[in-house]
Write a protein that binds this ligand. Structure first.
Ligand code: NAD
Length: 270
């Protein structure tokens, strides 16, 4: 059975990475998908490859007028709007001392204001229809702190709060709003050096599942939350992070993987 049969869903940042995989999975599950992105060539190519149930929409998520147009064009094309995946996002690497305010503003604008505008404009159509599901793609960095990415962390925590507030404002109108927290995922953002094979997992030894995640593993969480299988779920926070947010191994303590304990060269006698 197709889990999104006849649903119409906008996926922001849909041209690449996790967004692109979400578009592929949603079309395979019966949805009609709007690939919304600033990356026109990649977005058009993906929509073309996905066939008649996908369309590319040029959208910079920080542009409110563009959001109005994107939502209007979606409804004009397919007559309805059932889902929104606020997936577009950017990261900026800098410690706080060297973080330029322009970079902070850009990250906040795309990662937070972009999602807010999506909820505002897509949510209006969903409210009127008294049905819909919105998924905000936060990050494991929206559940904890991290050095070198303070703007990103702040933006993903903001998205977490935005999701909860939206769940309240839209819940009584029949629209569900949830958030997903990916850990390290194999995209240009999560694997910028384009490591391949086992090398991709380097740096994840301390995470319970000890590997990088696949875009499909995040897409499947969004699929569930957009589908009617999640009909009683709103305001929820679903980590798809290999257990990263649950904790990080203390190599020297019991219960850690043997290889980590050996590499640490020190083990607490118990
Ligand atoms: P990616 O860089 O591969 O893709 C991001 C997409 O967003 C691109 O297609 C890009 O063109 C688009 N985009 C950027 N600015 C935009 C704008 N202003 N308007 C519309 N589209 C815009 O990244 P990804 O890894 O696929 O990340 C997707 C989401 O998942 C992001 O929100 C990211 O923060 C989050 N995330 C990623 C990871 C990871 O390890 N990859 C981990 C946690 C969370």
């Amino acid at each position: 059975m197709e889990r999104l049969k006849d649903k119409v869903v906008i996926v922001t940042g849909g041209a690449r990475g996790m967004g692109a995989q979400t578009c592929r999975l949603f079309v395979a599950e019966g949805a009609r998908v709007v690939v919304a992105d600033v990356a026109t060539a990649e977005g058009e190519a993906l929509a073309e490859a996905l066939g008649p149930n996908a369309a590319f929409q040029a959208l910079s998520v920080t542009d409110e007028r563009a959001w109005e147009a994107a939502v209007a064009e979606t409804v004009a094309r397919w007559g309805r709007l059932d889902g929104l995946v606020n997936n577009a996002g950017v990261v900026h690497f800098a410690d706080i001392e060297h973080l330029e305010t322009a970079d902070f503003d850009r990250v906040m604008a795309i990662n937070v204001k972009g999602a807010l505008l999506g909820i505002k404009h897509a949510g209006r159509v969903m409210k009127a229809a008294r049905r819909g599901a919105i998924v905000n793609i936060s990050s494991v960095d929206g559940l904890r702190g991290s050095n070198g990415v303070a703007a990103y962390v702040a933006s993903k925590w903001a998205l977490r709060g935005l999701t909860r507030s939206a769940a309240l404002e839209y819940g009584h109108c029949g629209v569900r709003v949830n958030s997903v927290y990916p850990g390290g995922i194999d995209t240009s953002m999560g694997n910028p050096m384009r490591f391949e094979g086992a090398a991709r997992n380097r740096g994840y030894e301390g995470v319970p599942l000890q590997r990088i995640g696949e875009p499909q593993e995040v897409a499947q969480a969004s699929l569930f939350l957009c589908s009617d299988e999640a009909s009683y779920i709103t305001g929820a926070e679903l980590a798809v992070d290999g257990g990263w947010s649950a904790g990080h191994y203390h190599a020297a303590l019991p219960g850690a993987p043997e290889a980590l304990a050996v590499a640490s060269g020190f083990r607490l006698a118990v």
